[in-house]
Design a protein around this ligand. Structure first.
Ligand code: AR6
Length: 171
């Protein structure tokens, strides 16, 4: 599997699947989630509502992932995952790792070859970027998958640099 880094907007990526840094409600929010629903159009929310009324009555638990259509995005699917809110009292890194692992598992189920990830939990959920980048890279590299390319789409130069560093440490 190839890992690539891009500085840019995840909603512009022509990939098989884009991962959404969602919340448990699956009904939208700010950050990546807001951008995906805005640019992807109402079809994504319709499918999220359907999931909520079917198997996800209590919402999507933190660390898990589920797929919907990508609506008007230049991708085929959106894989929604719920990152943990960062805490200084409690180590939630297992849940952050789980987001990456579970998203890859769903990507494999879909047959997605190229998958774009944001830096999950590093915005509204306040996870320090260097630590989040380390967890993301270690988990992706340590998870067996059929996905051919994982593309990290970083929104700021700082996030890009953090992922570059994490990747070079790992290689
Ligand atoms: N493309 C790529 N990365 C982006 C984009 C974009 N268009 N927009 C922001 N980022 P966040 P979280 C970066 O807040 O921390 C929502 O309300 C951003 O700079 O989107 O997991 C959900 O509904 C940051 O580095 O996700 C949840 O309630 C990273 O993406 C909550 O926010 C993640 O920031 C989830 O918070």
């Amino acid at each position: 599997m190839r890992i690539t880094l891009v500085l840019g907007d995840i909603t512009r990526q022509e990939v098989d699947a884009v991962v959404n840094a969602a919340n448990s409600s699956l009904l939208g929010g700010g950050g990546v989630d807001g951008a995906i629903h805005r640019r992807g159009g109402p079809q994504i929310l319709t499918e999220c509502r359907r999931l909520r009324s079917a198997q996800l009555g209590k919402g999507l638990p933190t660390g898990q992932a589920v797929a919907t259509t990508a609506g008007d995005l230049p991708a085929t699917w959106v894989i929604h995952t719920v990152g943990p809110v960062h805490s200084r009292q409690e180590d939630r890194s297992g849940l952050l790792a789980s987001c990456y692992r579970e998203s890859l598992r769903v990507a494999d189920e879909l047959g997605a070859a190229v998958v774009a990830f944001p830096a999950i939990s590093t915005g509204i959920y306040r996870w320090p970027i260097d630590d989040a980048a380390r967890i993301a890279i270690q988990t992706i590299c340590g998870t067996p998958t059929q996905v051919a390319e994982v593309r990290f789409v970083l929104f700021t130069p700082d996030a890009y640099t953090a992922f570059e560093k994490a990747l070079s440490r790992h290689r």
